[in-house]
Design a protein around this ligand. Structure first.
Ligand SMILES: N[C@@H](CCC(=O)N[C@@H](CS)C(=O)NCC(=O)O)C(=O)O
Length: 206
């Protein structure tokens, strides 16, 4: 088993899918959480290939880009899908959630509180429900929506979905109106390795 070091800020955000994958796989790793005040020096050190985090160090080799890292870990630990079609469906579901990122970044970066509230309202009333509608449709295409997103076993798409539901905006109730998604969320967070990680992980705002 390689030695893994996962570098990020003390946040769930872009690193949490990889942490959930490592938890589901029962793999040991070093969860390195760099303090904001130390980041400029770390960034300037040249250690991080793109000058950004998350990064995963695998036996001394650095990988950047959160989705590339998560997909690599999923492939390594049997959570990517059983064949290329399953893998492509898992990617499709992950990318569907990834389409929300620019909206979230815009909200986080907005300094004007009135504009921020407007963006949040737009996100919670339109953007997020549209995404969840698409996700539920994709879920129902597999086993009528009563299993996992892909095939017959847990994949990283289900774990990225857990992080999607637990996003700080608009809060953990975002799938209440989507019964199949809600049932999937509850099933995945109840898996022993996942519930253990959620219980013990550092408590952060996002
Ligand atoms: N597309 C990249 C984006 C990475 C990214 O934006 N990282 C931010 C934190 S979420 C960062 O490192 N910011 C500090 C900086 O750019 O100096 C990914 O998904 O990993």
């Amino acid at each position: 088993m390689p030695s893994y070091k996962l570098y990020y800020f003390n946040l769930r955000a872009r690193a949490e899918p990889s942490r959930l994958i490592l938890a589901a796989a029962g793999v040991d790793y070093e969860d390195v959480r760099i303090k904001r005040e130390n980041w400029p020096a770390e960034k300037a050190s040249g250690k991080f290939p793109l000058g950004q985090m998350p990064c995963l160090e695998v036996d001394g080799v650095m990988l950047a880009q959160s989705n590339a890292i998560a997909r690599y870990l999923a492939n390594e630990h049997g959570l990517a899908g059983k064949n290329n079609m399953e893998k492509a469906r898992a990617d499709m579901i992950v990318d569907t959630m990834g389409d929300l990122s620019p909206h979230l970044v815009k909200i986080i970066k907005e300094q004007d509180e009135t504009k921020k509230d407007e963006l949040k309202k737009e996100f919670t009333s339109k953007t997020l429900p549209a995404c969840n509608t698409s996700l539920e449709k994709l879920l129902i295409q597999n086993n009528g929506g009563d299993g996992y997103f892909v095939g017959s076993e847990l994949t990283w798409a289900d774990l990225v979905f857990v992080n999607h539901v637990q996003r700080p905006l608009p809060g953990p109730s975002s799938v209440d109106a989507f019964p199949k998604l809600k049932a999937l969320y509850e099933k995945v967070i109840a898996l022993p390795k996942i519930s253990e990680w959620i219980e013990k992980r550092p408590k952060t705002d996002m």
